[in-house]
Write a protein that binds this ligand. Sequence first.
Ligand code: DGJ
Length: 740
Amino acid sequence: MVLEQTITTQKLIHIDEEQLIFHLQNSQISYVLGVETGGVLAHLYFGPRIQRYHGERHYPRIDRGFSGNLPGSLDRTYSKDDVPQEYSGNNTGDYRLPAAIIRAANGARTTDFRYKDYRVHTAKPELKGLPQTYVESDDEADTLTIIMVDETLNLQLELAYTIYRERSVVTRSAKLINLSEETVNIEKIASMQLDLPTRPLEVISLPGSYARERQISRHEVRRGVTQFESRRGGSSHHMNPFIALVEPQTTEFNGEALGILLIYSGNHQLSVERDSIGQTRVTAGINEYNFDWQLEPQQVFQTPETAMVYSTTGLNGMSQSYHSLLRDRVARGKHRNAERPILINNWEATYFDFDEDKLQEILDAAAPLGVEMFVLDDGWFGHRNDDNSSLGDWFVNKNKLPEGLTKIAQQTRAKEMKFGLWFEPENISEDSELFKAHPEWVLGVPQRGRTLSRNQYVLDFSQPDVVENLFQQMTAILDKVPVDYIKWDMNRNLTEVYSPLTKPEHQGEISHRYILGVYELMERLRTRYPQILFEGCSGGGGRFDAGLLYYMPQSWTSDNNDPIERLKIQYGTSLVYPISAVAAHVGTSPDELLGRSTSMDMRSAVAMSGVLGYELDASKLSLADRKAVKTQIQFYKQHRRLIQYGTFYRLESPFTSNTVAWLFVSPDKSEALLYRFIVQGVVQPEPHITTLAGLDPQCNYVDVDSQLVYGGDELMNVGLYTTPVQTNDFTAQINYFTAQ
Ligand code: DGJ
């Protein structure tokens, strides 16, 4: 018995050959699937680890009426319309959402995948050209591939499941291989499907808008279909490619949470359907909107990957699993686990109006404060003096920088700071040399006007020549100028998604080919310049997704620097994304977008809860603010590793409460940094207690400022009052504890 248990804990994939049941299992979770009558691939279980799945629980057979049975079968009690499945076909009696829709050469949209075989790989095979999770050693994970076939169409569908040994994570993707002699068209191909048994569930998503990204939304899963999607060409400000299914009673610390995250930056679609008998189907993948991929004989289509996380310790447990997965097994390169430099960016200091003297002034003012990097933002190229020209012309604007970029890079280095540069490679202005030379490189439908957004168009990144041109232009600069950091911006969504250089029958592929082209350029640049730290950006946080993190370990979170708005944006972002990815800057007061006035303490406390930077003119800071910034920077440097790489706990939510709190705990629990905020001042406020989490209950902790001593168990149960009592609007309080 003991021997059997030891073996089970070591093996990640258990296969019952007789019953054809596949059990993916680690010390925390189990995921079970099996082959049902007729080769239908059934979903059996996803949840806390079970030692062994005996296969004695059988799906109840009942004639549901108006639910077809398997072709050729007289058994009216068995229907694909109700049995929970791993990946449903289309138009063969399962009326719930299909995972795939494939159009055959004869026009039929009918697919029926049945189990054929399986393969097991140690570790994890690479998905070519796509962002993905990875392993660093062969024994870190195992992968099960289930092979399904549609015999009529002669299509093979391979469903890949990877289970990590030490993580509550299963990743999934699908691959379609055309083994027939005829071309088929893929109209929809999800990366995964999950059919959950009947029970009350709620769904959490991250909708938003420009400057108000990733707000937490939660509601009951009701009868019918709810879609969480982007049709904008990018993952978008408007709906992040993530959902969580939770129990109604799930909180930040208790209850089940099942996260589904798509590792992709293009059009996405996560659908939740509750059927007539209370079961819930989830599908996630590339959005089927305007998608029509022609798959010729012998060709293969690989979907993006999804990462499913299962937590029994509420939303914080789910988020912590995502943080560590994205930080350590999606992000790559030398900056992956490195402390991120504190930067100052000239955008809100100067916008387009700068010259060498002005930049020098900012450098002179910022360096003594302890800032570590200067970022030259938009406006340094072509003849760009406003946002109406020059995108596509990545050569220096000699009117502003007569001595070129090398000079400003050297001036920055002379101040012992790193030098960063802004690019927007995917867009083009009509007023540009590139547009004159290559109007055919712009997305747009012939004879039809193109929609302008920020007075710019989108380059056709589905074309290898376009990717190559941008690579050449960018390397011409990066080979010469010592650049330490690139901010990669993208300031509009796609419209008139049509590639003038592509044949009509391939136009339905352009949205996906576009993002593949973007990924290719990013991959080539990061490979050529491993020393450069890349930061993703899309008009703030419009492409803050797991796909981008594979190429760029951090992202600009929002153009909104107002700290009160930021509480919600950063709280929502932390549901999935690690703090080391969340760029957060101290802006001016009143705030540039909102006009709200807040104290330097409040602004800095919120920005210090992410990757700290400054979005202001350092040369215009008052003496008091200079002093404050210097102190903040010293404090941040001292605690940077704890903040960026510690365990993050959300304690009190800005979506439900006037007091907001979060906490960073070091991996060995010897340090903890508590941030508490009060949004609105209240006369005669109620006494408020915050309880901490994640500490060692056996240890005593000293509050370093006050020298007061508390037990870890006390801080986690008895908690702390907010003192002194605050009656002002927008206040912040920081407590740093060390274990004795
Ligand atoms: C949008 C970004 O979010 C800003 O930080 C800034 O880089 C501007 N674009 C520049 O155009």
